[in-house]
Write a protein that binds this ligand. Structure first.
Ligand code: MV4
Length: 447
């Protein structure tokens, strides 16, 4: 087992990783920017190394500085958390060169899954259902139009380097194709330095359902059921829940088997997520694979009783998985508490938390790095806490979430708490019948 892990991240996930390391008897190194000098991970870690100024490119994304910090502290592994360098193939391979274990996917795997067209082709070969469309990248506008008229409009042009909706265009008719092609190419070229596009049939009003998987170095994988992440705004998830209100046991087994088939086909090691779109007929299609721990991992932990960070560390150390496929018997939900003003288009609201009270009681978990008197720097992601509730039914989890949200006091800044309180009272949400478009028509006034 590792003796010392460097945590190449900040905020709640750095604290989350640190806690598991402590419980496993592994020493920890926090790295931090000058903006995070007063943060809890820095205070609680065994050692802390300042790696630069607030700008991420000069600190949490700066590979030489992080490697140097690992070298001087003699860390034998690096946990990248999510975001930052967690899906950076170059970083994973540099860690390998320096004989530091990267707790995550191999560089080859990150590359293979990071390119969306190649990930899709790989999953198709593995026998995982994919959305009908082009086989790989489009060579020309003519090829794109030909495939689109064959599968039928509307279609979606997608950037192979994409994610988060960037470089993605919905095309309704052949007359709109050329314009969409050029704007998607320009946008993805500018954002990713890669303007490769592929094409898919448009799935109308889908649900976003993802399967948590675990793989080990023997090539075996298991799944820990699904998370429903359909409540999103502009590709930012706000609420996640498990089990999904629309997934039957039969569909769960089918999706779980498909995710395992894909993971075992590529020899996936560690924790990963296979994202699917589920249409109104209950047909599902591979969308993307995430080779990192995800923000919403706690809801899976709460219903399966696995510590997913521990499972990642064990897999990286070569311990075979003990996991069986999981059938949910409890319910869990997560609300993302962001330092944003939901009444003003969710604009960021950094600054000092003048007073704070965390909710508690039965079935409540809060993952956060903030405290009363803490100043949220403007340089990073606006998520400051995750409120997770667990219960015996979806209704109980929603009632408990509303109760916990009402107990949650954060003064000095605006947060997404008022939005979540309104959502917990919303009939459409409570019915469980919603799609990824749900928040497009939501009333955000007077929040
Ligand atoms: C789609 C789709 C419909 N049909 N692909 C959005 C982000 C990117 N990762 C994939 N996305 C979508 N791909 C086909 N063929 C609809 C979306 C989509 C979406 C997906 C999941 C959650 C929220 C979404 C919001 C808008 C569009």
């Amino acid at each position: 087992m590792f003796k010392k892990i460097l945590i190449a991240n900040r905020g709640e996930i750095a604290l989350r990783i640190l806690r598991t390391c402590r419980e496993m008897g592994i020493r920890t190194v926090a790295v931090y920017s000058t903006a995070d000098a007063n943060s809890l991970p820095v205070r609680f870690a065994d050692e802390a190394v300042c790696i630069g100024p607030p700008a991420s490119t000069e600190s949490y994304l700066n590979i030489p500085r992080i490697i140097a910090a690992a070298e001087i502290t003699n860390a034998d592994a690096i946990h990248p958390g999510y975001g930052f360098l967690s899906e950076n193939a170059k970083f994973a391979s540099i860690c390998e060169e320096y004989d530091i274990k990267f707790i995550g996917a191999s560089a080859r795997m990150i590359d293979q899954m990071g390119d969306k067209a190649s990930a899709k082709a790989t999953m198709k070969s593995a026998g995982v259902p994919v959305v009908p469309g082009s086989d790989g990248l489009l060579e020309s506008i003519e090829e794109g139009k030909a495939i689109a008229s064959e599968i039928g409009y509307p279609v979606m042009l997608k950037a192979t380097a994409g994610g988060g909706g960037k470089g993605m265009r919905l095309v309704y008719t052949e007359a709109d194709f050329e314009k969409a092609w050029h704007s998607a190419r320009t946008e993805s070229g500018a954002a990713f330095g890669n303007d490769g596009l592929y094409l898919e049939k448009f799935i109308e009003e889908p649900r976003h359902i993802e399967i948590q998987i675990l793989g080990d170095q023997t090539g075996k994988a298991c799944h820990l059921s699904e998370r429903d992440c359909s409540i999103q705004r502009r590709h930012q998830k706000l609420v996640e829940e498990t089990p999904s209100p629309i997934i039957t046991e039969e569909l769960r087994q089918k999706m779980g088997e498909a995710a395992i088939k894909g993971a075992e086909y590529i020899g996936y090691e560690g924790a990963g997520t296979v994202e699917f779109l589920v249409d109104k007929h209950g047909d599902f299609y591979f969308m993307e694979m995430n080779t990192r721990i995800q923000v919403e991992h706690p809801i899976t932990e709460e219903v399966t009783h696995f510590d997913l960070i521990k499972e990642q560390i064990k897999a990286a150390a070569g311990v075979p998985i003990s996991g069986k496929n999981y059938t949910p018997r409890h319910y869990a939900m997560e609300c993302r508490i962001n330092a944003e003003d939901p009444g003003k288009g969710f604009r960021p609201s950094p600054g000092k938390i003048t007073n704070m009270h965390l909710p508690g009681g039965r079935g409540v978990r809060v993952d956060t790095h903030v405290y009363s008197g803490y100043t949220i720097p403007p340089n990073y992601d606006s998520m400051i806490a995750k409120l997770i509730t667990v219960g015996e039914s979806r209704e109980e989890v929603i009632v408990r979430m509303k109760r916990a949200l009402q107990e949650f006091v954060i003064e000095g800044i605006k947060t997404t708490i008022p939005f979540h309180i309104r959502l917990m009272d919303d009939e459409g949400f409570k019915s469980g019948k919603f799609t990824t478009k749900y928040l497009e028509d939501f009333d955000f006034s007077e929040l």
